[in-house]
Unconditional design. Structure first.
Length: 367
């Protein structure tokens, strides 16, 4: 079977990381795999292009500008016409909309699958463009998705969000999968606690709440390791606001290529995001046997509960939960190990590659 995935870029975000895992699994099943990247990769994030190149039959780069560009549409049309893909799987709105236009001109139409990787309108909440997006672009996107053969939502939360725009829209929920590392107990006699955050550095991720809390703790036995990138203007803003250049125990690591190495350095993982499609990085932290603390909002609270980690409701609760987690890691190894074992079992039960990949294969060939 000849399968083509179309995605906005090959930058190392959650959707791109999941796609890399997916194409590796599909190659192992004997399919021909092709990937088309619509735009250039983000300059502040490492590209996964070389890994895609090593995995699939061919990677096409359109390097299309953000504004409408007829040449990009023509190129995409010619690739499909020449290659005759059996299945086209699009990821993210730009790819969905471009392929919708191209597909309308094709005489031989492939089976078209759409993956919705997040609640796209929430990324712009609080901005002037948010209302424009909700009023004009979201109805258009929903119309485009309705013309596909099948829709995959990456979480029940995203499915509920989609239903709010179109109650009759049919979709399947297929979570990202994760392959847990071997179960690891908490080390003995920990004195200095390393707290980690990994993700895009912006207001929606709750990074300012985390920085405020860490500074308020005022504990020399704590270190905060922040992996990820953000816009320079925002980084400058939080640097000025929190006087970060004077904080010797807060370290910005930029984009993290080696996640295994990052997680090996920390004891607690904190993910205070306000909104996610799924929160892949939370699953990744759990897979490396890290005690996790996250905001008590969906979908994070559908992944994590107080049996396997810590959920917080507000800033004062955040402080209480992180202090409890620090005390547990230092003084209550048995409880910490129990939480880690519970999350290890959860990953194996709910987020196993074998189960979730079969769901996608079924959608491709049966649905």
């Amino acid at each position: 079977m000849k399968i083509c995935h179309i995605i906005n870029s090959l930058s190392g975000g959650g959707a791109e990381t999941h796609l890399l895992d997916l194409v590796k699994a599909q190659i192992n099943e004997g399919h021909e795999l092709y990937v088309i990247s619509i735009g250039p990769d983000k300059t502040n994030m490492a590209s996964l292009e070389s890994q895609f190149q090593e995995t699939v039959n061919k990677v096409y780069r359109l390097n299309a500008p953000r504004l409408f560009n007829p040449i990009s549409y023509r190129t995409l049309f010619n690739i499909q016409k020449k290659m005759g893909f059996d299945i086209v799987h699009t990821h993210q709105p730009r790819s969905d909309s471009m392929f919708y236009v191209v597909n309308s001109f094709l005489s031989h139409k492939p089976k078209w699958i759409v993956s919705i990787h997040g609640k796209y309108d929430t990324y712009l909440e609080g901005k002037v463009s948010f209302n424009i997006l909700k009023k004009f672009f979201m109805p258009l996107l929903v119309f485009i998705w309705s013309k596909s053969n099948h829709i995959i939502c990456i979480s029940s939360e995203v499915g509920t969000w989609l239903s709010n725009y179109s109650a009759g829209m049919k979709f399947s929920v297929v979570n990202y999968w994760i392959e847990p590392s071997a179960f690891q107990e908490i080390e003995d006699n920990i004195n200095r606690i390393n707290i980690g955050f990994l993700g895009r550095i912006n207001k929606n991720k709750g990074i300012e709440d985390l920085l405020k809390l860490f500074i308020d703790l005022d504990n020399d036995d704590l270190q905060l390791l922040i992996g990820g990138t953000g816009k320079k203007s925002y980084l400058d803003k939080i640097n000025d606001k929190f006087k970060l250049d004077k904080k010797s125990n807060i370290h910005f690591l930029d984009y993290v290529n080696n996640k295994r190495e990052f997680f090996s350095k920390i004891h607690l993982f904190v993910f205070p995001s306000y909104s996610e499609g799924l929160g892949l990085v939370l699953l990744e932290a759990m897979s490396y046997s890290k005690i996790c603390i996250t905001r008590n909002v969906s979908p994070m609270n559908t992944i994590l509960n107080n049996e396997i980690g810590f959920l917080f409701d507000n800033q004062s609760d955040f402080k209480e939960k992180i202090e409890s987690a620090i005390n547990m890691v230092k003084n209550d190894k048995s409880t910490a190990d129990k939480k880690i074992l519970n999350q290890y079992n959860l990953l194996n039960e709910k987020y196993r590659k074998e189960v979730l990949f079969k769901k996608i294969e079924s959608i491709y060939f049966d649905g």
